[in-house]
Design a binder for this molecule. Structure first.
Ligand SMILES: *Cc1c(COP(=O)(O)O)cnc(C)c1O
Length: 401
């Protein structure tokens, strides 16, 4: 079948909850993908940073196949020999004490909300059903009803109410606003260290650390959503490391599954995750041996291939090059590591048409909201590939001069 036909079938039978670029991908390897007509593209999105290790990483694929031949699912009614190993490896990697495994990012965020509330009642002594969680404007934590209950994006909320109560919204990057919003009933501050979906927003230096201090002073949990920024994307294992402090809970997902299998997790000290007792929370597929075997290899690949260091080096290199582009349409180049946003001027005609044009020259990327183009290639990318991409990006800006 031709691309056109796949698109027609998808549009007829698939729900229209996405607006994809019209490229029908059929295979991939490393940083490259191929469409059904044999055209090759460099992937500058990495499935929203779920493919940090590159597509079809041979070691991760092998771990997936080997484990699939052996054991895929037990449910947590029984134990398996992969989950304990992943839990220990994650604790050793991060320096925390406990892990709770889930499948998607949104589920892990829900889990963090549940953990924070239970902690609030049991450890902080918040009166029953009074717990508050503070989140930031323009956040993105996923799509479940509770998670969109603290979203500020009308598109994500329209006609999905009634919403879960118990959330307070403050501006991102404003520690004073956090200080003011905290009450004796505040259980947690839930934040993305860098807001990716909002358009690659990096708060001013010191903000996160100050926010953590405010949390500490008020016995409030600091929850970092590192689903997109974590596991190397920003040039550190976690984005919060850029400010040298430790959150009370971290949420990870996306590239924990190496682009091969969905898995997410909440990581915290025993004093927090220890609040869950048997039967109080769970997931049939959470902690399944297939996901855990894949995640274990995905983490080893990040370490063995020094992907965190490469993200830092290549990110700085790429950003410096992007900043040399002279175009009246380009407002700002910003980012950290290999999470980079190009903000366009409001009269540039929107990021979508740039993404369409970039597709035409062999680069796949996606607009975030209307005016920002995100560049987030797999962390295995080299200088040579970035040079190749850069020439094409520059040509597109030249074309729209
Ligand atoms: C992608 C993402 C999520 C949601 O993850 P899903 O697996 O799509 O549910 C949550 N938070 C952040 C920061 C994300 O980037």
């Amino acid at each position: 079948m031709k691309a056109k036909e796949f698109i027609a079938v998808e549009d007829k039978y698939g729900a229209h909850n996405y607006h994809p670029l019209d490229v029908v991908i059929t295979k991939a390897k490393g940083i490259w993908v191929w469409d059904v007509e044999g055209r090759k593209y460099l992937d500058l999105l990495s499935a929203y940073s779920a493919v940090n290790q590159g597509h079809n990483h041979p070691r991760i694929v092998k771990a997936l196949i080997d484990q699939a031949r052996n054991l895929t699912l037990t449910s947590r009614a029984f134990r398996n020999d992969q989950w304990p190993m992943l839990a220990r490896e994650l604790c050793r990697l991060t320096g925390y004490e406990m892990v709770l495994p889930m499948n998607s990012g949104a589920e892990a965020c829900e889990t963090a909300v549940k953990a924070a509330r239970k902690w609030g009642y049991q450890k902080k002594g918040i009166p029953q059903d009074q717990a508050e969680i503070i989140a930031c404007e323009n956040n993105f934590h996923g799509r479940t009803v509770t998670v969109i209950s603290f979203s500020t994006e009308p598109l994500y909320r329209k006609d999905f109410g009634p919403f879960t109560p118990g959330f307070k919204i403050i501006p991102f990057g404003d520690a004073g606003a956090l200080e003011k919003a905290v009450t004796p009933n505040t259980a947690a501050f839930f934040v993305e260290p860098y807001q990716a979906e909002a358009g690659i927003l990096i708060p001013s230096p010191g903000y996160l650390k100050r926010a953590k201090e405010i949390c500490e002073r008020n016995n409030v949990l600091f929850i970092a959503d590192e689903i997109q920024t974590g596991l190397g994307r920003t040039g550190k294992l976690f984005a919060f490391e850029h400010e040298g402090f430790k959150p009370d809970m971290i949420v990870i997902g996306k590239s924990l599954g190496g682009g091969c299998y969905p898995i997410s997790a909440v990581i915290a000290p025993r004093s927090v995750l220890g609040v869950f007792k048997p039967g109080e929370h769970g997931s049939t597929f959470g902690g399944n041996p297939l996901a855990c075997a894949v995640a274990r290899e995905a983490l080893r690949v990040i370490k063995d291939e020094k992907l965190v260091q490469n993200a830092a080096k290549m990110g700085a290199y790429f950003m410096a090059k992007l900043r040399t582009i002279r175009s009246r349409h380009l407002k700002e180049v910003r980012g950290q590591g290999l999470l980079i946003g190009l903000e366009l001027q409001r009269d540039a005609g929107g990021a979508r048409r740039f993404c369409e044009a970039l597709k035409g020259v062999g680069l796949l990327c996606k607009e975030t909201h209307d005016h920002v183009i995100r560049f987030a290639p797999p962390l295995i990318i080299t200088k040579k590939d970035l040079d190749w991409a850069f020439e094409r990006i520059r040509s597109v800006f030249g074309k729209f001069a």
